[in-house]
Structure formats: C-alpha cells, structure tokens
Design a protein around this ligand. Structure first.
Ligand SMILES: [Zn+2]
Length: 380
C-alpha cells in the first residue's frame, strides 16, 4: 500500500475515567480549574481530559488538603485528569530569582511565593502528591535544563532526571502497595526525556529510562506507560526543534504513549502528530482567548489538503466595531451560536469577563475540532 493512503491506526488510551483516542489535547487546568470555563462549558465542547499542576496545588490548597479530598471529587472532574510533576514551575521560579530557592540532587528547595514558607519538592513528594490528588496519569519530577546551556550542563540535567526517575518509580510502587491499588486501577506513569537540543543526549536519556523500567520491573510496575518530551520545544533562537522532536518520537517504542508536553500552536501540533506524538497540553487556546485573539477557520474543515487553513484575529481591532457577521459559521460553540463580531468587540471594549470566557471556549473548541480532524487524517 502506498504510504500516503495509509490511515493512522486507531489508538486509545485507557484510564480510570474512560478511554481517549489519540491524538488528543488537554487544556491546562493549572490550579484545578480551566480559567473562566465551567464544567458545563467544557462538557458542551466534549472536553476529554485536563492537566492540573502539582506545584500549584501543592501550594494551595496544599498537600494536607488532598489527604482527605481528591481532585475528581473536589472539582467534580468526570474526565481523565493528568498532573504534571511541578518541576517546570519550581525551576522557573528559582531561575527567575535565585533567592527563591536552590536545586540539589535531593530535589528543589524553594520559598512559596504565596506565604514565603520554605518547602521541598522531591521526586518522592511529587509522586506522593499526585497520588493524593487522585489523578489518572502522572509525570515524574525531572530537571528541565534551558536549551542554551552548554552540553555538559545539559548532560548533568539528564543524569539528574534519570536519578529522579528511578526514585519516582520506587515511590510509585510504595504508594501503590500502601494504598492497595490493583494493577488495573493504577494511575498511568509517564517518564520525561530530557537532553535539550542534543539528540544523542535525548537518546541517552531514553535508554537510561528504559533501563530503569527493566531493573525496577515487578508485579506492581511493569514499564513506563509513556514518555514525555521534556524542556522547551523551541531552541534558544525560538525555532521549533523539528528534527529533535521527530527523531525522539521515532526512538520511543510505538506501544508507548508519546506526550509532547507544552506543545503548542496549531502548526506545531499538526507537525508533531505527523511525527507520532499522541498527547498535547498548552495554554495557548485559553490564554490567547482571554486576550481577545480568536482562531477562525476559513472552511468547514481546519485542515484542507494537508494544510492548516485558519486565521487569527484580534477582536479589539476597530474593524470589528460594525461587523455583525457570525464569527465562525463552521463552529458549534456558544460564541458562534449566539453572538457576532460586533457584539464581542463591544464586550472586549468593556473588558467584560463574558467576552474572555466566550473566546477561550471558542478557541478550545477549535483545538478539539483540530484533534478530531487529525484522528481521521491520512498519514502524510
Ligand atoms: Zn466558536
């Protein structure tokens, strides 16, 4: 068969809260909620999964809170929830201001930006916290180096990422044993591949992670469920690291889930899906939406003849003042069903939260529609 006529093989991720077809997109419900959007809003656009952040929930309402509550019950989330380890946020905090903490082999020791208290986030604590949250998919704590660092510094971050991955598996097994969770009901565990812009380091990291899985294998932990692409996906000049992402996806075994953490724009997602990445999370649709940037398709489909066809408009622009047309006639979201450009422009002139909510919802629906199209598209 000609490769161009080959249809993507259907692939479903099984979680405790149902199955999700690959590829899929998860908005960031960083602090346990998607900013401005209610559960009803999200269910209206058939959202399939969300990402919460361990670091933010660790700060508030705090780990002890989640000893009694879990994120599904507390936030009434009836869809799969993934938590990221919190590492990226802690590292960013410390990199911005050295007085905020330090990173050691033990973990990150940092000052809470909320109340100034000193706290440890270690691989073990991150995993324990993710169990307390009661999520369905968890990610191990890693050391994300900046892509502009010298290679030996990035290598050090890879070594630390590997040490922390091993400690995370040990803690994962301890938690499963203590909580008497069956193999079927276990949360899925994702490792993170670091290595910055160096493919040999990415390969070294992946091989190290595979070795850890092999050595730690027992009746509780059989293998990583998937691998994430760690660190930024753009190089120090801001270019999308296409070759590295492509080669890394190729190195990961096909029976493992491939999580392109933090990606990205519709263009980057389309490219990454064609490389084999399955899972995506990003703040772009909702954050840009709150700032009045709308993604609008030009045709019934977003992808036409293998090309993305859409435009980005800024609703605050004066040219929309008298435009009473439907915003996106191919979109089924609340904004496009009930409102027009002119009225939305008016809402943004007053900076009314209704406008921000509607555009965030519309953009997220655009992303979900894009993923749906990508599920059916032929392999390019
Ligand atoms: Zn819409």
């Amino acid at each position: 068969m000609n490769k161009k006529n080959q249809i993507r093989q259907k692939k479903f991720l099984k979680t405790n809260y149902g199955e999700i077809e690959s590829p899929f997109f998860m908005p960031d419900a960083t602090r346990g909620f998607v900013k401005f959007l209610s559960l009803k809003d999200l269910s209206n656009i058939n959202l399939e999964a969300v990402v919460v952040n361990t670091y933010h929930l660790f700060l508030r309402p705090g780990q002890s809170f989640f000893k009694k509550e879990n994120i599904h019950k507390w936030g009434n989330w009836e869809i799969p929830v993934l938590s990221d380890s919190g590492g990226y946020q802690v590292f960013s905090l410390i990199r911005r201001n050295k007085k905020m903490g330090k990173i050691t082999d033990k973990g990150a020791y940092f000052r809470s930006p909320l109340d100034g208290k000193w706290l440890w986030l270690t691989p073990e604590k991150s995993i324990a916290m993710q169990f307390d949250l009661g999520v369905d998919m968890m990610v191990v704590l890693d050391d994300p180096p900046q892509n502009n660092l010298k290679k030996d510094k990035i290598k050090q971050a890879v070594e630390r990422t590997l040490q922390w991955a091993r400690r995370s598996v040990k803690e994962y097994k301890r938690q499963i044993r203590n909580r008497r969770i069956s193999f079927k009901k276990r949360p899925l565990l994702f490792a993170v591949i670091q290595g910055g812009p160096y493919l040999d380091l990415r390969e070294y990291c992946l091989n190290g992670l595979k070795k850890i899985a092999f050595e730690e294998k027992d009746d509780i932990f059989k293998d990583w469920d998937g691998y994430g692409f760690g660190g930024r996906h753009v190089d120090s000049q801001g270019n999308f690291m296409e070759d590295i992402l492509k080669a890394t996806a190729k190195m990961i075994p096909n029976n493992k889930w491939k999580f392109a953490l933090g990606i990205g724009s519709p263009e980057d997602i389309v490219k990454s899906v064609s490389m084999g990445w399955d899972m995506f999370d990003c703040v772009i649709p909702t954050r840009e939406g709150r700032h009045g940037k709308l993604l609008i398709r030009k045709y019934p489909k977003i992808i036409v003849r293998n090309k993305l066809k859409y435009e980005v408009v800024n609703i605050s622009n004066q040219r929309f003042k008298n435009n009473t047309k439907i915003i996106d006639k191919h979109c089924q979201c609340e904004l496009c069903q009930y409102y027009n450009f002119s009225f939305l422009h008016h809402l943004f002139k007053y900076q009314d939260p209704l406008g921000m909510r509607l555009v965030a919802l519309h953009n997220l629906k655009f992303y979900l529609d894009l993923m749906n199209e990508l599920r059916d598209i032929q392999v390019v």
